[in-house]
Write a protein that binds this ligand. Sequence first.
Ligand SMILES: N[C@@H](CCC(=O)N[C@@H](CS)C(=O)NCC(=O)O)C(=O)O
Length: 227
Amino acid sequence: METPGARARARAAKDRMRLYQLPYSHNCAKVKIALLEKGLAFEAPPVPAGFTRSPAFLAMNPLGKVPFLVDGDVVLGESEVIVEYLEDRYPAVPLLPPTVEGRARSRWFSRFHDLYLGPQLSTLFFALSDGRAGRPDFAPEVERLVELVALFESVIDPAPYLLGAQFTLADAPFALSYHYVVTLSAAHNRPLAASDMPKYARWFEAASRRPSVSAVLAAAKEALGGA
Ligand SMILES: N[C@@H](CCC(=O)N[C@@H](CS)C(=O)NCC(=O)O)C(=O)O
């Protein structure tokens, strides 16, 4: 016979948030870091190759992209929308600063990442397998990454996080992206080392000491085959 405790546990498992994600995706990494920082339980169902194009997934999420969150009746795509939703719905551990100015500044960093640095990293990532890497007409794309990193370096002064002592949504996207800046710049023969971006490197050292960040980095590196 099912006990009330077992029923409650079954309901809790059913109601647990589900995050569809790819472990090596920087957009997904941002959301996972936010969930872990907030101490929220979630499941991350496996996303097999081709799953984002499957009728089952497209029925939930017509854009066919991850991250994608199911939280009870709430179904949401777009990493930034998801982390802002988590912030509004689960405010107990805040990931935005208390001031209006601080929140705006946090969103500036998120936008910079999501609209500029992140897409450039994706361009370099996919170029390694689609034949564009190494072609002379691809060189400007590699230089664009170098410029974006220099721009980021010029606007940050980590103490130890981007907005000071509080780890915020501003920080969440840049962790896995640091790994990609190092590995992809090297793969495209334009290596950027810690000494080329000392402030970003200093920030990364502090951020990666956080359990949320180190867990997400470890999962990504494993999915990338240790790269
Ligand atoms: N702007 C979106 C980008 C989402 C995105 O491009 N996701 C990629 C992984 S990083 C994806 O779903 N790729 C699988 C596909 O397109 O089938 C966000 O921030 O969530």
